[in-house]
Structures are given as C-alpha cells and as structure tokens.
Write a protein that binds this ligand. Structure first.
Ligand code: HEM
Length: 360
C-alpha cells in the first residue's frame, strides 16, 4: 500500500497553531512583551487538558458497563498513570508563568476583562468527568460556574452533568466485588468484632498510661470516641446513607467496604491492579490539589488581594476551592478504617484460593 508523503508542519498544522497567538496589547496599540508568554502558557495547558480528556473518555468507556472486562484493567491503570504524569508537567508549568511580575501583567491585564480561567470548559470537563458534580461545589462557586459561560458552553456542561462520572462507574464496579460475604462467612461481622477489640485495647493503653495528665487522657479518649463513631457510621447503612445525601460521603457503603477489603488484602494477586487503580485516583486528586494550591499562590504573587478578571475574590476564592474541590476524598479517608495486620480476620481457605494463581 502506498501512502502520500507527509510534511512535518502540515501534519501538525503548525501554520494554524503558531499563528494563534493574537496579542490584545498589540491590537490596542502597544505590545506587552509578556502577553505572548501568557497566551502560550494557557494554550499549552489547554492542549494537555485535551489529552487528559482523551484518556478519561477511554477509561470511562471501559467502565461504562455492568461487566467490566478484567483484561482491560491494566490499560485503565496505565492511562490513569499517564494523566498523573501530565499533571506533573502542568504543575511545573506554574513556575514559567511565575516569571511574569505584577507590573508586567498590568501592562495587558485590563484588556482581558471579563475573560477568566472560570471559562476553561476543558478544565470543568475534567473536574466533572472525574466526579466533581456541581452540587459538591461551594455555593458561591456554583454561582460563578453558571454565570460566566457562553450559552453553548452552559448547555454543554448541562449535558455532561447528565452523564455518569468516572467516580460513579468505579463505585458501581467496586460495589459488585464479591468476597466480603459468602454463605458461611461474614467478613464484616468478624471485622467489626476485631475493631471493637482494637478500640478496647487502645482505651486500656490510654487509661494505663501514667505519663498522661487527666486533661491529656480526656483529649485522647475523645479522639478514640471519634474513631469509634467513624466505624459506627461505616457499619450502619442508614447513618452512612444519610452522609451520602449531604455529600460528606461520595461513594456508596458497599464500594467503601470493597475498597477497604482491597486495601487490607492488596498483596493478593487478584487485588494488585485494583489497589494500584485506587492509588492512581489518589495521585490524580493530589496532583489537582497541588495545582490548585500552586495556582492560588501564583495568583497571590501576581495580583496580591485584587479581585480576578472573572470577578471572584481571586487568591482567597482559589485557596478555598483547593480544599473544597477534592474528588476522591473517600479514598483518602480509607486509612481511618484500616486496622493493624494482627487484628485482620483470617479468610477461609476457599476465599483465599479465589484470590490467587492456581497451578494444579
Ligand atoms: C498571570 C497568571 C494567572 C492569573 C493572575 C490567574 C488568575 C486567576 C484568578 C484570579 C482566578 C479566579 C477566577 C477569576 O476571578 O478570574 C483564576 C481561575 C482559574 N485559572 Fe487562573 N490565573 C493565571 C494563570 C492561569 C493559567 C496558566 C491557567 C491554566 C489553564 C489558569 C487556569 C485557571 C482555571 C482553570 C481557573 C478556575 C479555577 C477554579 O474555579 O477552581 N490560570 N485564575
């Protein structure tokens, strides 16, 4: 088969790409040197966002079924890790834009109002496709979110809200996981007994600790009660579901139990990829939070406490959204429910066998 010869610049459409930096300052009569950096940085971000969406769509497709093909899990994890590597680059890019001083920025900033990062549809798409639904955003955030977009973009975001997020698909997959309960064995009943033993042992250690004053003991016992309460919520379907309603819990109780199980038995062959997938989601969330925080600090450095071109309180708003817009907090909180190895109930041999390789 004969293919037409390809020319580097044509293939990459460099004519279009490299003539897409139109400076507003030049249009208004005087070129601001740093506006080129400002445009190119944003464009580079948007290109990487496109690649992240490409990866997310592919893993979404694999998980968007009630019967996920296990031979595809390696590919899913590979692509999630690719997203993490892109995020590393995105986080490093902040340092480039930070070379622009507040005075350099002021040379063209006023020409940009009311355009803003709020209007990065691809950024919103990534947040939403991962699992950050509108109802999980801060009230003030939701207002900005809706009011700054073109009509066609608003419609696109509404359409995306109607689709399932990766977190929801992953939740459904985890919920279908067997092992926790079989006909003759209820792992979670045994686990609950172990938790009670562990908490009782911890209480005894605090009470017998002669180096603690009464006030210190009181403080530690209060912390222990908080842990007991967290477990009580985990083991009580009604209490847990009430927290799902408020958004405090974002994955179902069944999925949470499966994730804990995977974590406890992560060395078993069957759980090695699932465990790595959970780790990848933690990586993605951590990378996003790092980006949000670095972007907020960079904005502080360049704008001080001035408001943003999109009308938000600028640095202050961005700092709050760093804490609030976490997607995979449930997986970060898993560690709360892990107990030391010597307390983990032993699994019956027929379950253990299901988790390993067989060479008979
Ligand atoms: C001089 C550099 C920058 C400044 C001063 C700046 C400033 C701001 C401010 C003040 C906001 C809050 C919204 C507003 O009121 O406008 C914001 C949001 C945002 N910016 Fe930037 N930004 C800069 C560079 C970047 C870059 C390089 C990107 C990469 C795409 C970016 C992406 C975003 C995004 C996605 C948001 C929305 C964040 C959210 O709502 O959680 N910004 N920016």
């Amino acid at each position: 088969m004969k293919y037409d010869p390809i020319y580097y610049g044509d293939y990459l459409q460099l004519d279009t790409l490299l003539s897409s930096q139109k400076l507003k300052s030049l249009e208004h009569g005087k070129e601001a040197h740093d506006e080129t950096l400002f445009i190119i940085t944003h464009q580079a971000y948007e290109l990487w966002f496109k690649q992240i969406i490409h990866e997310l769509d592919s893993v979404h497709k694999i998980f968007n079924t009630s019967n996920v093909n296990p031979t595809h899990l390696g590919v899913v994890n590979h692509r999630l890790q690719r997203i993490v590597q892109i995020q590393r680059v995105l986080n490093e890019q902040i340092a480039i834009i930070e070379t622009m001083t507040p005075l350099d920025f002021m040379e063209f900033r006023d020409y940009l109002v009311p355009a803003s990062g709020f209007q990065s549809i691809q950024f919103r798409e990534i947040e939403l496709k991962l699992g950050l639904r509108q109802r999980f955003r801060l009230g003030i955030d939701q207002k900005f979110f809706n009011s700054r977009l073109k009509e066609e973009h608003k419609e696109y975001m509404i359409k995306l809200e109607e689709e399932s997020t990766f977190l929801e698909l992953f939740d459904a997959w985890l919920s279908r996981m067997p092992f926790g309960q079989t006909e003759n064995f209820d792992f979670w009943q045994e686990y609950q007994n172990s938790v009670n033993k562990m908490l009782e042992q911890d209480r005894k250690i605090i009470m017998d600790n002669k180096t603690l004053h009464d006030k210190e003991k009181e403080f530690e016992l209060k912390n222990l009660e908080a842990t007991r309460n967290s477990f009580a919520i985990l083991f009580d379907e009604e209490k847990y579901n009430a927290l799902m309603e408020t958004g405090e819990m974002r994955i179902s109780r069944k999925a949470k139990l499966s994730a804990i199980f995977i974590n406890l038995f992560k060395d078993e062959p069957i759980f090695q990829i699932p465990n790595r997938m959970v780790e990848s989601l933690l990586d993605i969330d951590e990378m996003f939070s790092t980006w949000r925080y670095r972007h907020a600090i960079m904005v502080h450095r360049i704008l001080g406490t001035k408001i943003g071109t999109g009308g938000s309180s600028g640095h202050d708003y961005l700092k709050r959204s760093t804490e609030n817009n976490r997607v995979f907090l449930d997986f970060f909180n898993l560690a709360t429910f892990l107990i030391p190895k010597n307390f983990i109930p032993a699994l019956p041999s027929e379950i253990k066998k299901e988790m390993g390789f067989h060479f008979e």
